[in-house]
Design a protein around this ligand. Structure first.
Ligand SMILES: Nc1ncnc2c1ncn2[C@@H]1O[C@H](COP(=O)(O)OP(=O)(O)OP(=O)(O)O)[C@@H](O)[C@H]1O
Ligand SMILES: [Mg+2]
Length: 309
C-alpha cells in the first residue's frame, strides 16, 4: 500500500545531513515508515546510505531478536536495497533486560556501515521509551554512544518529553520533532505476536537439522542449551551468520542438533544462546519455553565444572 507523505515530511531540509540519523518514538508512531522515507530522501544526496533495523521485536529486515544492517550501493533505488545484510543477535524481542546487547549491537552495526562506506546511516529503533521500563536511559545511551547528527522524534502526546528535554538543550545532537502521520494503523499485542511468528516461520522455512559439536566453539554465555531455545551462530566479529532452534542436546558428546538455515559451519566462531524459546509448530515465541521441555541440560543454571568436561 502506498504511504502517505505528510507535508511536514516533504518540508524537511535534509541537504548536508550525514552521519547517524536516529528515529525514535513510542510504539505505533510511524517510526519505521518514516525511517524508510528518510532513507529514500538521503539516497538523493549520498551514494552509500546505511539502514539499520534496530527493532528486535517488530523487525522489518530480519527475524525478531536481531538487528539488521543493509547498505545501499550506488544507483539502487529500491527499499530494502539488495546488498548483503549484517546481523546482530540480541536474543530477545524487547530491550528490557537486554539493554547492553541492544546498544552494543547498534554500535557495532553503525561502525560496520561506516566501514562499508556509508556516509549516512538511518537507525530505526524500538518503541521502548517509557522511563519506568528503562526507555529513557536506553535512548540517552544510544545518543551518547552513536553520536547521531540528528534525532527524529515522533511524538503523539508528551510521551517523549523525558527523553527530549535534555536533548533539546544539548549541543550533542539536533532534535527534529515530528507529529505522527494520520495514516498510521496501530497494532495490538496479538497482531504483534502473530507478526513475529510469521517472521520466524519465514526465516526457518528452509531450515534443516544440523549437528554441531560445541567442544571447539565458544558458547556464550555457557552451554546450557534447552530444547526449543533460539540461538545464533556468530562469526569472529560477533555478527550473526544464522539463527537456529535447539532440537536435541547430547552433553556427553557435547553436541547440539539445531534446526537452522545455515548450510555449513564455515566462519562460525561461536554459538550465542538467546533468551526466548520457539514453538516449531506455530513459531510463536515465549520467554520460558512452551512446554515441559525447557532446558534438557543445564536446566536454567550455569554449568558446573563437570558439565563442561
Ligand atoms: N505515512 C504513512 N502512510 C501510510 N501508512 C502508514 C504511515 N505511517 C505508518 N503507517 C502504517 O501504520 C502502521 C505502523 O507504522 P510503523 O510500522 O511505521 O510504526 P512504528 O512506530 O515503526 O511501529 P512499531 O512501534 O511497531 O515499530 C504500519 O502498518 C504502517 O504501514
Ligand atoms: Mg517500527
Amino acid at each position: 500500500m502506498p504511504i502517505e507523505i505528510p507535508p511536514h515530511w516533504e518540508q524537511l531540509s535534509l541537504e548536508g545531513l550525514s552521519g547517524v540519523l536516529m528515529v525514535i518514538g513510542a510504539p505505533d508512531t510511524g517510526k519505521s515508515t518514516f525511517a524508510r522515507y528518510l532513507y529514500t530522501r538521503l539516497c538523493a544526496c549520498h551514494e552509500r546510505v546505511g539502514f539499520i533495523d534496530g527493532d528486535i521485536g517488530q523487525a522489518s529486515l530480519g527475524p525478531p531478536t536481531t538487528m539488521t544492517l543493509v547498505v545501499r550501493q550506488s544507483g539502487e533505488t529500491d527499499f530494502p536495497p539488495g546488498g548483503p545484510r549484517t546481523r546482530f543477535f540480541v536474543g530477545a524481542t524487547s530491550p528490557r533486560g537486554h539493554m547492553l546487547p541492544t546498544v552494543i549491537g547498534l554500535y557495532k552495526l553503525v561502525r560496520r556501515a561506516q566501514e562499508l562506506g556509508a556516509t549516512a546511516v538511518v537507525v530505526d529503533t524500538t518503541g521502548l521509551v517509557a522511563p519506568e521500563q528503562g526507555g529513557l536511559i536506553l535512548k540517552h545511551s544510544k545518543v551518547d554512544l552513536l553520536e547521531p547528527s540528528a534525532v527524529f522524534a515522533i511524538q503523539r502526546g508528551c510521551e517523549l518529553e523525558p527523553v527530549l528535554v535534555p536533548l533539546r538543550r544539548s549541543a550533542r545532537t539536533r532534535v527534529v520533532e515530528l507529529p505522527p502521520a494520520s495514516a498510521i494503523r496501530p497494532r495490538d499485542m496479538v497482531t504483534r505476536r502473530a507478526y513475529r511468528a510469521r517472521l520466524f516461520a519465514r526465516y526457518f522455512a528452509n531450515a534443516y537439522p544440523l549437528e554441531i559439536s560445541w567442544a571447539r566453539l565458544a558458547v556464550f554465555p555457557a552451554p546450557c542449551f534447552g530444547r526449543g531455545q533460539l540461538v545464533a551462530l556468530e562469526d569472529a566479529h560477533g555478527f550473526a551468520l544464522a539463527l537456529g532452534v535447539v532440537q536435541e542436546v547430547d552433553p556427553v558428546r557435547q553436541t547440539v542438533l539445531l534446526l537452522t538455515p545455515a548450510h555449513s559451519l564455515e566462519k562460525v566462531d561461536a554459538i550465542r544462546l538467546g533468551d526466548i524459546w520457539l514453538n516449531p509448530q506455530t513459531w510463536e515465541d515465549s520467554r520460558w519455553g512452551n512446554t515441559g521441555d525447557r532446558p534438557t541440560f543445564g536446566a536454567g543454571r550455569l554449568p558446573e565444572k563437570e558439565d563442561l568436561r
